[in-house]
Design a protein around this ligand. Structure first.
Ligand code: FCB
Length: 448
């Protein structure tokens, strides 16, 4: 059988997770409370009342999980550090037991020749900082720098790849405008402040990490996605451009020294007094890489135009959706990678997350077949290879996720793992897609 795509010889293959979604041990060994502990413990916020209290119990099963990574042949592992495990109050003093956990994990990864890619903030803010205003408060950006300093001093001799934030759009908008993620607020002023302070904390942290890790590669992870108009009408095209501004350009532009996009600022019509002199320069600190998390595109319709006058022309091919109800649109990955490269020109790009939720079941013989997930990965990898051929400096791909885990407001109802997790017994079963992914890694190519 031939291959339908192949990759450069130095391409990096990995899988990703995040601390709150897998670790559990929410109050062990001196860990402080996070906003996700508080949010999930508050009834009504998470489907079925699920919490991350135990999750995949990775805090205790990490050795076995690294062994599974090795068996899959992973070359890299992207994970995040739980800020309140290290700094229970958000700022010093440091909880040494928390640090020791990540030191052991990193050491074990390196012993197995798996490159650690650390994300400092994947949404589990210390509750103590939330009590003082959270990301809506400028002081949280300062606390983030303190945290970044502590972590990069300890792990900087072993960890080369550092991402400051995961998806600041989601922290700011889903957490502060839609109220669906922690801290569960619905306030546009707070949303703009939170987005700004996230970016500011990022920008301030970059030189600190560079100082502590002179040979490090420092970047940030965003969730950019093409926003297509539902029809060619002017109204829908304008609405799609606006959605693009709110989701994509609000982050990409300031990171590349273009400031906040003027059309979005005007549209939002909010005071921008959270922006102080010097902030935009700090946010534009040069980066080594941008991480791209991609799941789907957006199809945007101007709600003011009556549907009968505005026929939907952007079709969902086969109306194929994942269990998240997200359209399967692999070409969108090619499109967004090319656009980011040709419009913004970061030195390197990574696909830091890509994957799909489907309802998996264990077969009588104990295996798990997930042909839809396998097909999702396959088609997205073909688009990834196409982007590289088009000249995009894409250096690696991380499947989301290593393990089935706590999918935020959806709790355990959505499974994204290459590895099935039985949340009653904590048994792990690599799915068919995991075995297929091993072959991709081994051959550095996508088989037919
Ligand atoms: C991304 C998150 C990740 C996971 C996937 C499905 O937005 O970064 O934690 O929940 O979506």
């Amino acid at each position: 059988m031939g291959n339908i795509a192949s990759f450069p010889s130095d391409f990096t293959w990995g899988a990703a997770t995040s601390s709150y979604q897998i670790e559990g041990a929410w109050d062990e060994d001196g860990k402080g409370e996070s906003i996700w502990d508080r949010f999930s413990h508050t009834p009504g916020n998470v489907k079925n009342g699920d919490t991350g209290d135990v999750a995949c119990d990775h805090y205790h099963l990490w050795r076995q999980d690294v062994t599974l990574m090795k068996e899959l042949g992973l070359q890299a592992y992207r994970f995040s550090i739980a800020w309140p495990r290290l700094l229970p109050e958000g700022r010093r003093p440091v909880n040494d037991d928390g640090i020791a956990f990540y030191e052991r994990l990193v050491d074990r990864l390196l012993e197995n020749e798996i490159e650690p890619y650390v994300t400092l903030y994947h949404w589990d803010l210390p509750q103590a900082l939330q009590d003082d205003g959270g990301w809506a408060a400028r002081a949280t950006a300062e606390a983030f720098v303190e945290y970044a300093d502590v972590v990069s001093r300890v792990l900087g001799d072993r960890v080369k790849y550092w991402a400051t934030l995961n998806e600041p759009f989601v922290s700011a908008v889903i957490g502060h405008l839609w109220g669906v993620h922690a801290p569960g607020h619905e306030d546009m002023g707070e949303t703009i402040a939170a987005a700004h302070h996230l970016l500011l904390g990022h920008g301030w942290a970059v030189p600190v990490i560079r100082r502590n890790v002179p040979k490090g590669q420092v970047g940030i992870v965003l969730n950019p996605s093409p926003q297509h108009p539902a029809s060619p009408s002017y109204a829908d095209r304008a609405a799609a451009w606006q959605a693009d501004g709110f989701l994509n350009r609000w982050y990409l532009d300031p990171l590349t020294a273009r400031g906040y996009p003027a059309d979005v600022v005007q549209k939002l019509d909010q005071p921008m007094d959270v922006v102080h002199a010097g902030d935009m320069e700090a946010i534009a600190a040069p980066l080594d890489f941008l991480g791209v998390n991609y799941y789907t595109r957006g199809v945007v319709r101007d709600e003011k135009v009556p549907a009968e006058e505005n026929e939907l022309q952007t079709l969902f091919p086969g109306d194929e959706k994942t269990e998240m109800d997200w359209e399967v649109y692999p070409e969108g990955l090619y499109e967004i990678l090319c656009r980011i490269h040709f419009d913004y020109d970061f030195p390197a790009l990574y696909v830091t997350e890509n994957g799909a939720a489907y309802p998996d079941e264990i077969n009588p013989d104990g295996t798990v077949d997930d042909p839809q997930r396998l097909s999702y990965f396959k088609r997205h990898l073909v688009q990834t290879a196409r982007a590289i051929q088009a000249g995009v400096p894409l250096h690696g791909y991380f499947a989301w996720s290593l393990l089935d885990n706590f999918e935020w407001a959806e709790g355990y109802s959505k499974r994204f793992g290459l590895i099935y997790v039985d949340f009653e017994t904590q048994q792990r079963i690599p799915k068919a897609s995991a075995r297929w992914y091993s072959r991709v890694i081994e051959s550095n190519a996508v088989p037919e």
